[in-house]
Design a protein around this ligand. Structure first.
Ligand code: FUB
Ligand code: ZN
Length: 669
């Protein structure tokens, strides 16, 4: 009976959704895009074979699963540190579900079922699910407060846990069609909607994500209350009277939680960078689903602010360690850069949604920059070691092990298998297998090719089945080919993103620029013939009747670029970073005689590029002659000597031991 009711609910939901306003552009679902490349496929496979099992294992060995068991028994003592540790299980289930969708695995499915049974027992009668209280409400976690929700605005994370539960449940249901986790999530969401809303309780959730999660449940069920509650939470921001707006301290003035002003009046990225990224993503969802333009204008302005003033050259955000937050405009220190991996993940979520709203390539340019650099630097090539923070510079690797990693002062210098606060590893578990979903998007008879990853994809365009095959050796080479195989001749617009980096643009703002501009132009051929094309919103528009086997070749000229920062970022003055294609490079001690902090790359130095298949799972390295400033230990005199210089992709640093690393290098002594 329960199952029939559920099926009816989903059916009604789907019909209702068909009439709803939404993003006019839709991503092609990750399960329809099969990758067979050398860059992402191995990462997705290692996520499946190493990262997912290691994460589940750590959820067990660190007590996260035990917390649920104890909550099920309503007795015991929370045996981990944070009230949000439940989410590591949810995120791992989410990632494992994405993996199951394309790689069936009965054992994994059964294991997840066993966890869901434990989670179900931990859920209270009315749907409340939060082990930090349920284990023993009289001795709830100090961040949780004595009563449910009373500290939600601050640090309880009750709605944060709920949000991750919803995200996991949506992924699990869509991948497996099983409703066991979804039912738990819906019961919890119904409770949340009964507690919060107009004329009910109000709060600006202390750590956003419940909003995005509610939207996912709304998409599955069509239940409007979920969308309304997501919107309600967004609109609850900026209403709390207890902050001190005169204070500079982001905790005291509310900006840490993006709660100092109503969202509609916000125009600067502020506060905790993961919270912010999840909020802006949810605002995009709600703006798309409701057509609320004032919400849209706010995130447009905030996006502009991030990209012109608050993003590191390798796509990371959240410069400040105190509060894990955005700094002031142009506050992008290298020696103390924080750059939480989760903030990079949130930035990918947000930029994808901005693209779906606006259809402009600049959002995917930013997404690509983050994805290929400051995000995957967060995971080691072994798939089971992680950076929580992503350093911009390491000048002496005096390594100390702390609860949160191996640090040298403020900077993590070696990856760790897990952290006491282990949000980043489990966030990577769910992000990596979803990457095929960022490759294509579609709006009626328009297909957007956003990421360049070899593989094949199936879509329905103008009512015909169309297969699109990509072949390339991206990100090491800019020669791309797309073979179009419609079941029968089909007319549609194929829009190929022409990345900013291929058009002399380092980032869609004046925050970074290329010093050397390229002469070569992007060449596009169809069936061997060069064609002239127009560019719309950053995409080359290829509109024709496509026949089986039509082949598009796109040549994105790839050369080594020197990147310079806006003068206002004073500590990058006189320095260059190196980029080729979407990849930002760094110098690491191991390739440069043990040190990188004394390297100079003269303005006239020419680079050679070499693909080294055996190095760091296959990378292109940059080589030139640089200069090094050396000080004689006896005479204390300095001399400048010419030395061979090698740069590797930033994402691959710290896979060969601990030592110095630099992204920005001086051009003169
Ligand atoms: O608060 C939950 C998570 O823990 C945040 O997203 C991370 O920044 C870490 O503080
Ligand atoms: Zn994190």
């Amino acid at each position: 009976m329960k199952t029939i009711a559920f099926i009816l609910m989903i059916a009604v939901g789907l019909i209702a959704n068909a009439q709803q306003r939404d993003y006019s552009i839709k991503a092609v679902d990750f399960s329809k895009v099969k990758l067979n490349d050398h860059f992402w496929s191995p990462r997705i496979e290692i996520n499946r074979t190493v990262t997912i099992p290691a994460s589940f294992e750590r959820c067990e060995s660190t007590g996260r699963v035990t917390n649920f068991v104890m909550a099920g028994n309503r007795s015991g003592k929370l045996c981990t540190k944070y009230p949000f540790d439940d989410t590591d299980i949810y995120k791992t289930i989410e990632g494992a579900s994405f993996s199951l969708a394309v790689h069936p695995d009965a054992k994994l499915l059964a294991y997840i079922d066993s966890l869901i049974t434990i989670i179900a027992k931990a859920q209270e009668e009315d749907g409340y699910l939060y082990t930090a209280r349920t284990i023993n409400p009289a001795a709830a976690h100090p961040w949780s407060g004595k009563e449910r929700w009373e500290k939600e605005r601050e640090l309880s994370h009750e709605l944060y846990n709920a949000g991750h539960l919803y995200e996991a449940a949506a992924a699990h249901y869509l991948a497996t069609k099983k409703t066991n986790l979804l039912n738990i999530a819906l019961k919890n969401a119904d409770l949340v909607c009964s507690v919060f809303g107009p004329a009910k309780r109000s709060v600006a959730p202390g750590h956003e994500i419940v909003e995005m999660g509610l939207v996912k449940l709304y998409r599955i069920t069509g239940k409007k209350e979920y969308l309304n509650t997501a919107k309600f939470f967004i609109e609850a921001r900026g209403k709390y009277a207890g902050y001190n707006s005169a204070s500079d301290d982001s905790w005291k003035n509310g900006s840490y939680w993006q709660d100092d002003k109503p969202v509609k009046l916000q125009d600067e990225a502020e506060g905790h960078a993961v919270r912010a990224g999840y909020l802006y993503s949810a605002v995009a969802d709600v703006a798309a689903l409701t057509g609320d333009d004032s919400l849209l204008h706010a995130i447009d302005k905030i996006w502009e602010n991030v990209v012109t003033k608050k993003m590191y050259v390798q796509g990371s955000v959240g410069a400040k360690g105190d509060g894990e937050r955005y700094g002031k405009n142009y506050e992008l220190p290298n020696a103390s850069a924080y750059n939480e991996t989760c903030a990079a993940i949130a930035n990918v979520y947000w930029n994808e949604r901005m693209f779906l709203l606006h259809g402009e390539s600049k959002y995917i340019d930013v997404l690509e920059k983050t994805l290929y650099n400051g995000l995957i630097s967060g995971i080691g090539l072994d798939g089971k070691s992680f950076f929580y923070t992503n350093a911009m510079q390491v000048e002496s690797a005096v390594t100390k092990q702390t609860a949160n990693g191996f640090t040298d002062g403020n900077v993590e210098v070696a990856r760790s298998g897990w952290f006491e606060c282990s949000c980043c590893p489990t966030n990577l578990v769910r992000l990596i297998p979803s990457i095929p979903g960022y490759v294509y998007a579609q709006k009626e008879e328009k297909v957007y090719a956003n990421l360049f990853i070899s593989g094949s994809s199936q879509m329905i365009i103008a009512k015909n089945n169309v297969e699109i095959i990509q072949q390339n050796n991206y990100p090491w080479n800019g020669d791309l080919s797309f073979t179009i195989n419609p079941a029968k001749q089909t007319k549609f617009n194929f829009l190929v993103r022409i990345p900013g980096w291929a058009q002399n643009e380092a980032i869609p703002s004046d925050l970074y620029q290329f010093k050397n501009t390229a002469e070569k132009k992007v060449v596009i051929k169809i069936n061997g013939q060069s064609i002239s094309y127009t560019i719309e919103n950053g995409y080359a528009v290829l509109n024709r009747q496509w026949n089986k086997g039509d082949k598009i070749e796109v040549n994105l000229p790839m050369e080594v670029k020197r990147v310079i920062a806006n003068k206002v970022v004073s500590e990058d003055n006189g320095k260059v970073a190196l980029q080729m294609g979407p990849i930002i490079y760094c110098a690491e001690w191991v390739d440069n005689n043990g040190r990188t902090s004394n390297i100079i790359i003269p303005a006239a130095a020419n680079f050679t590029t070499i693909f080294q298949p055996e190095l760091l799972n296959g990378i292109t390295v940059l080589k030139t002659n640089g200069l090094k400033v050396e000080t004689d230990a006896v005479t204390n005199k300095t001399e400048t000597v010419t030395v061979p210089f090698v740069a590797i992709p930033y994402y691959a640093w710290a896979n060969r031991g601990k030592g110095e690393m630099a992204i920005w290098m001086k051009e003169k002594k």
